[in-house]
Design a protein around this ligand. Structure first.
Ligand SMILES: C[S@@+](CC[C@H](N)C(=O)[O-])C[C@H]1O[C@@H](n2cnc3c(N)ncnc32)[C@H](O)[C@@H]1O
Length: 296
């Protein structure tokens, strides 16, 4: 984000589960500055006041629709902000975040918690999704805290910043692979992994999508994390269900309340059933197991 001390700015705010980087990519508009998710779950994009126009708003709405979240277009609020140092303001707005019983996500400029029981990660917000502020992330973190036991192998599909895989490793998992189709997200995640002291053998971060090869590894995955979206969870159901049939517990997030039934039915047809559900802010997280696997 530019320092922007010279002119007023238009702050375009919306409620969306979309990844800000993905929206920016399709906008393909050199005058917009970086998008970021604030602590209230609102995504902001900024334009210099002189560059903002009705055409830009219409284009933004079209991009949101194209990415499958037309309702975000309806939630847009526009504010003009006086010239100020955005970097400083942005940094001030990012504060340490506690999730579940023990997890603390803090920006690097905040001091360590120091509590012996605290599971701490340093994440300075960048353009990858996954600072922990979004309900879809925090719902899965709460489960990871409860379910991960020593030495577990974790597959994190749609890893974004890598936050879920990193929390799982801090909770005792033996190794994790994080996949994301967005190369920028993986670049970001690698930076966070290094900053938090994970080596590449413990946390492998790869650009790509779920493949049959990753599903059929000699050692089956024990826990699969997938904070994606309804469409991707449906499109990938054959491979994700196969992971469950090989013994993995699946933790899904990114599902809207009205999409829960569709996901449950699609997976039930493949012999994989929701065993537990969590809901927050209109979002649903599901825990699933194959019928022939024992729950745990
Ligand atoms: C909602 S974010 C989740 C990020 C992080 N796991 C979290 O929980 O905060 C979804 C991520 O999935 C990625 N993604 C979307 N579809 C994908 C697919 N088919 N395969 C791999 N990654 C995908 C996006 O690029 C994005 O980084």
């Amino acid at each position: 984000m530019g320092t922007g001390v010279e002119s007023n700015w238009i702050d375009v705010q919306m409620r969306t589960s979309l990844d800000a980087g993905e929206v920016l990519g399709l906008l393909n508009d050199p005058s917009v500055t970086g998008g970021w998710l604030d602590g209230d779950g609102t995504v902001h994009f900024y334009w210099p006041a002189g560059e903002w126009s009705g055409e830009r708003l219409a284009h933004l709405r079209a991009v949101l629709l194209q990415l499958g979240d037309g309702s975000a277009g309806a939630s847009i609020e526009i504010r003009e902000e006086p010239a100020q140092d955005w970097n400083r303001l942005w940094a001030q707005s990012v504060t340490p975040l506690r999730i579940g019983r023990r997890v603390l996500i803090r920006p690097s400029w905040e001091p360590e918690d120091g509590g012996s029981d605290t599971i701490e990660l340093v994440i300075d917000p960048k353009q990858a999704f996954g600072t922990g502020h979004h309900a879809t992330t925090s719902l899965l973190i709460e489960w990871i805290e409860d379910l991960v036991v020593g030495g577990m192998s974790i597959l994190d599909v749609g890893t974004g910043s890598g936050i879920l895989a990193m929390v799982a490793l801090r909770c005792g998992a033996g190794r994790a692979v994080g996949l994301d189709c967005d190369p920028e997200a993986i670049e970001c995640a690698r930076g966070y992994a290094a900053q938090n002291g994970f080596d590449e053998e413990t946390l492998r971060l790869t650009v790509g999508r779920l493949t049959a090869e990753l599903v059929e590894t000699p050692e089956p995955w024990q826990l699969v994390l997938a904070n994606l979206d309804c469409r991707t969870l449906l499109e990938t159901s054959e491979l994700l269900a196969r992971l469950a049939q090989r013994g993995a517990t699946l933790l899904f997030s990114g599902i809207l309340v009205e999409q829960e039934e569709e996901i449950r039915l699609a997976y039930a047809e493949r012999g994989v059933y929701g065993t537990e559900v969590k809901r927050k802010d209109g979002w649903v997280a599901l825990r699933l197991r194959a019928s022939e696997s024992c729950d745990g």
